[in-house]
Design a binder for this molecule. Structure first.
Ligand SMILES: Nc1ncnc2c1ncn2[C@@H]1O[C@H](COP(=O)(O)OP(=O)(O)O)[C@@H](O)[C@H]1O
Ligand SMILES: [Mg+2]
Length: 337
């Protein structure tokens, strides 16, 4: 690096006494260079210390990227894997809130940051931990933001992990670009979308981005996919309802009189359609679940509150699809489209 403190100092014909008694400024530069070197060595080791690295992306905000990133991480950890979750959303880092964690759960030792520990031993690091007042909007200039990301990658004691999941802010490609330049051996990206028709447009953006950083697409997840309702009626009778947009829907009660229906609140199938059209795998869908919103507020994640519930099962299904595709091609990683 031409602007490195070391190269500035070299070959400047400095006198002997200067070399023997470096100024404070020189000392700071040397320390900085040493820290930089240590960070580079740690980052190089991450390639083998963290088996799989997955980036969670979406074409726009509010589609549930953080919800999916957090859910995937917990679902993997629930399977007994060692998992890390890195939240680099400075504008709205809500991952700790979803997990009931805050910065007091972090520890620093020998210049390394030890992540907060969430459910099932999940290791969590979030931009939220660096922000003084979570209610104040943060405006960080580009270089500071990118420096913080490099520290998140290089100065965090992740230890040996089976998987690291990375959550990003919406609507910008700066952060994923920096991560892709510094995190070695990224397996691929998971794209989160919603069931509406615009899903195709949004997913295409993420896929094009994955191409530009030469990272494979693991697949598409459709979030807020349908809302399940249940009830009781006469055994074996028909129950009919007026669903979204006035469309009647019917369900038959079973022998005990139980019935269930799925209401497609935001249309249906945008994610699968987008995956088919863009020729990438479809990983599955997540239901619209008011418990996810509640969990985001009270810090008890839906999967933790109800490990056998519909949302937890949906996450398990998606995670199985992801781990299968990683196992199939773990030596060379997935195909770059
Ligand atoms: N499947 C879901 N069911 C119900 N609410 C959801 C679901 N997924 C996300 N949400 C809610 O939608 C909002 C946005 O989700 P979030 O994960 O923060 O999106 P993003 O990270 O893409 O901006 C949050 O309030 C979250 O609780
Ligand atoms: Mg988010």
């Amino acid at each position: 690096m031409s602007d490195s403190p070391i190269s500035e100092h070299n070959g400047q014909g400095s006198t002997k006494s200067q070399d023997q008694n470096p100024s404070n400024e020189q000392k700071t530069q040397m320390e900085q260079a040493y820290r930089e070197l240590q960070r580079k060595m740690r980052i190089a080791k991450l390639g083998e210390d963290i088996k799989h690295k997955i980036l969670v992306l979406s074409g726009k905000g509010g589609v549930g990227k953080s919800t999916v990133a957090t859910g995937l991480a917990i679902s993997l950890a629930k399977k007994g894997m060692k998992v890390g979750l890195m939240d680099i959303d400075i504008t709205g880092p809500n991952v700790p809130k979803m997990l009931g964690l805050d910065k007091t759960d972090l520890t620093v030792e020998n210049g390394q940051i030890f992540p907060a520990i969430g459910p099932y031993g999940l290791k969590v690091i979030s931009m939220a931990f660096l922000i003084e007042d979570p209610d104040k909007p943060v405006i960080w200039r580009g270089p500071i933001k990118l420096g913080a990301i490099q520290q998140f990658i290089g100065d965090v004691a992740w230890g040996k992990l089976d998987a690291l999941i990375v959550d990003f802010p919406p609507g910008t490609s700066d952060e994923p670009l920096t991560v892709s330049q510094h995190l070695p051996g990224i397996d691929g990206v998971v794209i989160v979308t919603t069931p509406q028709e615009v899903a195709l447009l949004d997913s295409r953006k993420s896929i094009n981005f994955a191409k530009t950083i030469s990272v494979p697409v693991i697949g598409v997840v459709e979030n807020m996919s349908g809302y399940s309702i249940k009830g009781k009626g006469e055994p074996n009778s028909l129950v009919s309802l007026i669903g979204p947009e006035g469309v009647p829907i019917e369900s038959k009660c079973d022998e005990e009189g139980n019935w269930s229906m799925t209401l497609d609140l935001f249309k249906k199938g945008g994610g699968r359609l987008a995956a088919n059209e863009l020729e990438v795998p479809y990983l599955g869908s997540l239901p619209f679940d008011p418990g996810i919103v509640r969990g985001g507020d009270d810090g008890v994640h839906r999967i933790v509150a109800e490990p056998e519930g519909e949302t937890a099962i949906a996450f398990d299904y998606i995670v199985n699809n992801i781990t299968n595709s990683l196992d199939e091609d773990s030596s060379t990683t997935l195909k770059i489209i």
